[in-house]
Design a binder for this molecule. Sequence first.
Ligand SMILES: [Mg+2]
Ligand SMILES: [Zn+2]
Length: 256
Amino acid sequence: MTAQSRPVVAEPIALVDMDGTLANYDFAMRRDLLRLASPEEVHLLNESKDMHSLERMPHWKARMDLIKRTPGWWRDLPRMEAQFRVVDLMRKMYFDLHILTKGPWKTTSAWSEKVEWCREHTPFASVHVGEDKGLVYGKVLMDDWPHYILRWLTWRTRGLVVMPAQPWNEGFEHPNVVRWDGSQEAWEEVERRLWEIRQTALYTEDNAPEVIRASGLARCPECGEKYVEHPHDLGFLSYDRQPFVRVACDGRRLKL
Ligand SMILES: [Mg+2]
Ligand SMILES: [Zn+2]
């Protein structure tokens, strides 16, 4: 079999944002701005819906830039457990998980700290730190920021977005977007829509590659590893949603 004639693996890619989705940027920023605030400023901070609105004022922005440059600040951002529930659900459906996060323009040290954060909290995912999320391919995006959501949907008109409910996305609605507010109702909707889109990354009878039987303990002639050590073809899931086909190094699909 030549490289060109190998069946293409369907790619159930799920992209997950970091700040405001998995990592609580807003909480940490508010906490640290309170430390730098005068007594008269405290109420302003407490009344601000979110920290992005403060960023428009130069004196607040300067303090925020200072905080963002504190070594370890990005690495130590607290987790947002509600969204980790969705990540776990994605993993149970065998989505291929990728963290997609914007690298701050000026604070480039944050780029490596963001990767460190992901290694600790999402060791099962690849990490993409970039400057334009709209360019990245995926079946699903979980993101809290309407501007990025719309940008991404421009080229993914059938893509699904799970949007964690935040004060700054209140009222934002789109047919491709499910709002995730932690309620049972939203959970059922997220589960239903995720599974619906997961199925579009499964082979159909018409395009499924041939699957042959092999022993899991037999060794692959190309890499010398046992077949059971080879990756799954996530384009096949059994009736109980488990992968069961391995991909040998020569591209053959194996049922062990
Ligand atoms: Mg975000
Ligand atoms: Zn191999």
